[in-house]
Design a protein around this ligand. Structure first.
Ligand SMILES: [Fe+2]
Length: 308
């Protein structure tokens, strides 16, 4: 893979999710997703382990049912310093993570900022790898992460153009491709961003059209985690169906080519669970293209018969 010319973040390291029903989330994360609870942080957040990292998902009991913070990993202290300076040069204030902040995230170095959309952003290096084996309550293997990071998430932005500028010029994300959709009179051009071989770690969407001025909207569209096999994904979908959780059929997007389904989390937003998919191995030969459909096949809603 050709090295990016400037220092860039290397992976989506962790996501903090603000939740209103922590008990429902713990059950959902363990019994349905097969993730491992790995204790609580010093401030009491529930830590979910997905792989060889100590944790990658942090459940914050704050009632928001939306993204609480995101953490992008960089290589080392020098890369952290370089990115922090670029964030400042973009006109955004950056605070150095304190000893307590680093202990809370279990990292060696950390900077925090409020991004152009008002979200809590973090960049860090020195994640904590757990020396004990990952143990899934469902007996699954760890999620597929490694050089591709946690997965992906989508943000509904008030000013997508500015947000794209921030992500590409400051954090070093590269556009993978676009999905272009005609919504009435409006052409919606969705950019997908990669920071490593994962086809996309981030999608920048726009805030829901028709959102009244001054009214808040959910920023997190959905998040995606990758399981090891189609059997794992299919078995997970069966658990959603058994619990009559809103979800859709398996399907495949035209760009990343993962086989996945979407299911409703206890917070009301969706989690996408997928396997396989395209890797961007060579930055130098990758061509940015566009697609005019969201799905190649599938992803139609599962309709449950009335109970009784
Ligand atoms: Fe997705």
């Amino acid at each position: 893979m050709g090295a990016p010319e400037q220092t860039s973040v290397t992976q989506l390291g962790y996501l903090g999710i603000g939740v209103s029903d922590i008990a429902a989330w713990e059950d959902f994360a363990t019994r349905l997703l097969g993730l491992q609870v790995n204790g609580r942080s010093p401030t009491g957040n529930l830590l979910l382990r997905t792989d060889d990292y100590h944790h990658r998902l942090v459940l914050v009991d704050n009632g928001a049912d939306d993204i609480a913070f995101y953490g992008w990993e960089v290589k080392d202290q020098a890369a952290l310093d370089a990115i922090a300076q670029r964030i400042r040069d973009f006109g955004i204030e950056v605070s150095e993570g304190s000893k307590e902040d680093c202990a809370e995230r279990m990292v060696l170095g950390l900077v925090k900022f409020t991004d152009p959309e008002g979200l809590s952003g973090e960049v860090y290096f020195g994640a904590s790898r757990d020396h004990k084996p990952f143990v899934s309550p469902r007996g699954l293997g760890p999620l597929v992460t490694g050089d591709m990071g946690l997965g992906h998430f989508t943000i509904a932005a008030a000013d997508p153009a500015r947000y794209i500028e921030f992500y590409t010029q400051v954090l070093g994300a590269r556009i993978s491709d676009y999905i272009v959709l005609q919504k009435g009179d409006v052409e919606l051009k969705l950019p997908f961003f990669h920071v490593n071989p994962r086809h996309h770690s981030l999608v920048i969407n726009r805030k829901p059209p028709g959102t009244p001025e001054g009214q808040p909207w959910r920023r997190l569209g959905h998040m995606m985690i990758q399981m090891q096999t189609l059997d794992d994904v299919g078995a997970t979908q069966s658990l959603f169906v058994a619990d009559r959780i809103p979800c859709n059929q398996l399907g495949k997007h035209p760009n990343d080519r993962m086989v996945s389904f979407y299911g409703r989390t206890p917070s009301g937003f969706d989690i996408e669970i997928g396997c396989g998919g395209v890797r961007i191995e060579d930055e130098d030969t990758w061509q940015v293209q566009h697609y005019r459909a969201v799905t190649l096949w599938g992803h139609t809603p599962v309709v449950y018969p009335a109970e009784g």
